[in-house]
Design a protein around this ligand. Structure first.
Ligand code: PRX
Length: 648
């Protein structure tokens, strides 16, 4: 198979050096030296990072690798919450602010490390009393608020693993995730504010729980106080649950390899995959990447705009920054409520130093215009980050100039739910290239290869892979180790295959081009085309459906659906709207197709698989007919690759 020469599509990329005054105090002053040290002995490198943290018992070995199953720090005992909270209480950080939150209505909550630890301890006690202990699962369904983080930490503290479900998912999405983990307790909120309205989380939770036989208790944090329905005997308010508790709950001693959380993410089947992370390795990965990539210092106020319901929030709102003893800012609600100046006002008001957000937000603000950020003093910012999708150079430069005032390094961080922490980025003290994520993080053996695993020459696209295990990697798929092996370690034999296409330039910078499989990236959110198709066919009118991603200026891509109707149903605008809303009801608003077309047939392979590539080509007005020549430019996939191959 021939690689696709991408020279023609790679524009000449400029290199933006880190500002001189930044270099002076950088946490990692010499990234190249750090990398070469890690290359010589990556296990020693990770062990050195691990030694910065507290362990109840030290590891016997750094890694046991029984391909493709990794056991990081075997023999070690720890608890990530001990490192995120307990250990800070013994230091001057005891009274340092850990979390600072502002609601969409301006309501504010502040927790010092001592206060946060107390609240975590109180909820941990309540959960214990409900019968939750080591190895149990707690599902959390809330909008962005400190209590969401507290619920995660409380679960981990007592050795339970958490299953956070994004508050934007519908009742059905929540139900499926609860039923998969068979969990007994759900922690939710009466609602959350978004664009001035109450998101009725409790109503959705009730609908879900009605079909979740294992749920015994529902803890409800009253964020909005609008009188959400409560079911007697099952539901208890957060206040009631923690009342009278001291907060001195014991932190459970865990093995490094004990599960910390499961987080569901989309793959190429209709069923999301449960990604499993563990106390020890995940703790080391999120600790070091937070410190080095965001140049985290004790004086910083760090704002990651993600929702803790996604991996970005798990790793860079909750665990990584708190392990580092940082001060974390969280904001509820929409960036444009009450107006498009909200984020910039928050940065000015609180003096935020580090902003970590997604290109889709940057492009939205670009469209709204410079007049919004220009009204505010953003000079407290000293570092900017990007995550979730490729950032186009135009958005990069706008972010750099308009938000960063030309003086902040930008880290374009590539990673995934599966990787647990950032794997590819420049470190802030080195030059960035707009549009390129950069280099593998020290200790990460990432490469761009062909199907056989041979490195691609520079300028030639291929599969983005990681050759060796890393501490914060997923170690399996929940209850499905076979699928784990097949999805991640067999596409390019012997290597972790991320599902992304990438290209490396002559200077070694890796540019991530996008997904190679049937997974969409809508405004930085990952959605499987088959999940949306399953949602469509669950409607009585639909016989069959196919979904593809079409490019979108703000959201990177949006779903477009092709639908065949049952006889007796006629295409109409009403039905079109109804079907798109049906997807929103089934999965969540983020999955709602931007457009939907009624068709009489769908292109299929001889084995009956829908040829989404063909639909995409048609959409772009490309010649169709000989499918072997389709889609050559967008991603450098092997042309002999079967359509709809297994990618999880
Ligand atoms: O396609 C890549 C894209 O997001 C995918 C991972 O999605 P998820 O597991 O939801 O995690 C998102 C946040 C970590 C990747 O396979 N992606 C993420 N970051 C970047 C990116 N694509 C290009 N550049 C990035 N910086």
């Amino acid at each position: 198979m021939e690689g696709i020469d991408l020279d023609s599509v790679l524009e000449e990329q400029d290199k933006i050096p880190a500002p001189a005054d930044f270099l002076a105090g950088a946490v990692v002053a010499d990234p190249a030296a750090a990398r070469s040290r890690a290359v010589q002995d990556s296990e020693a490198f990770w062990a050195e990072a691990a030694a910065d943290l507290d362990w109840y018992r030290k590891w016997d070995r750094v890694l046991d690798w029984d391909f493709p199953f990794a056991d990081w720090f075997p023999g070690a005992e720890c608890n990530i919450v001990h490192n995120a909270l307990d250990r800070h209480l013994e230091t001057w950080r005891r009274h340092k602010v850990a979390l600072l939150w502002e609601g969409e209505d301006g309501h504010r909550q502040v927790f010092t490390y001592a206060e946060l630890s107390r609240e975590v301890g109180r909820l941990a006690d309540a959960l214990r009393e409900m019968g939750i202990s080591r190895g149990d699962c707690v599902t959390i369904y809330m909008s962005i608020c400190p209590q969401q983080a507290i619920a995660m930490l409380a679960s981990a503290k007592i050795g339970a693993f958490h299953n956070v479900v994004f508050g934007g998912f519908s009742a059905d999405g929540l139900r499926d995730r609860i039923n998969d983990t068979q969990c007994k307790v759900l922690v939710t909120a009466d609602g959350g504010l978004y664009r001035g309205k109450i998101v009725p989380l409790k109503e959705a939770a009730d609908k879900a729980v009605a079909q979740c036989p294992t749920i015994e208790k529902v803890i409800v944090y009253e964020r909005c106080g609008h009188g959400a329905p409560m079911t007697e005997g099952r539901d208890i308010t957060w206040e009631e649950a923690v009342a009278g508790r001291s907060g001195n709950a014991k932190t459970e001693v865990m093995s490094a390899g004990d599960p910390l959380f499961v987080l569901y993410t989309s793959g190429t089947t209709g069923k999301p995959k449960g990604i499993v992370h563990h106390h020890g390795g995940y703790m080391v990965g999120t600790y070091l990447t937070s410190k080095w990539i965001f140049d985290l210092r004790d004086t910083d106020l760090f704002w990651c705009t993600a929702d803790p319901g996604w991996i970005t929030g798990h790793s860079y709102i909750v665990y990584g920054p708190l392990i580092n003893g940082a001060t974390v800012f969280m904001a509820e609600g929409s960036p444009d409520t009450p107006d498009a100046g909200r984020w910039w006002r928050l940065i000015e008001r609180y003096g935020i130093n580090i902003l970590y957000t997604a290109p889709t937000a940057i492009r939205m603000f670009m469209r709204l215009g410079e007049q919004w950020p220009s009204q505010y003093d953003l000079s407290s910012l000293r570092l900017l980050g990007s995550v979730g999708e490729p950032i186009n150079p135009k958005a990069w430069h706008w972010y750099h100039q308009v938000i960063g005032g030309g003086k902040c390094p930008i880290v374009d961080t590539w990673w995934q739910t599966e990787t647990g922490s950032v794997l590819i980025t420049t470190l802030p003290a080195e030059a960035a290239k707009p549009g390129s994520a950069g280099f593998p993080f020290p200790g990460i053996d990432a490469d761009v290869v062909d199907k056989q695993g041979n490195s691609r020459p520079s300028g030639v696209g291929g599969y983005l892979v990681v050759r060796k295990p890393w501490p914060s990697m997923l170690t399996t798929l929940y209850k499905d180790p076979d699928r784990y092996r097949e999805v991640y370690w067999e596409i390019v034999p012997g290597m972790y295959t991320a599902g992304d296409a990438a290209v490396r330039d002559a200077d070694g910078y890796i540019r991530v081009l996008g997904r190679m499989d049937d997974v969409l990236n809508v405004a930085g959110h990952r959605l499987g085309t088959m999940e949306i198709e399953s949602a469509l066919v669950s409607h009585a009118a639909v016989v069959e459906a196919a979904v593809i991603g079409i490019p979108d200026e703000i959201k990177f891509e949006v779903p477009k659906a092709f639908v065949i109707l049952h006889s007796g149903y006629e295409p109409s605008e009403e039905l079109n709207n109804e079907l798109r809303s049906h997807v929103a009801d089934q999965i969540g608003k983020i999955a709602r197709p931007a457009s939907l077309e009624f068709v009489d047939s769908l292109p299929k392979t001889r084995s009956g698989k829908i040829m989404r590539r063909l639909l995409k080509a048609q959409e772009r007005g490309e010649l169709v007919g000989d499918t072997s020549t389709l889609d050559p430019g967008s991603v450098p996939v092997d042309q002999d690759e079967p359509e709809g191959r297994s990618r999880g």
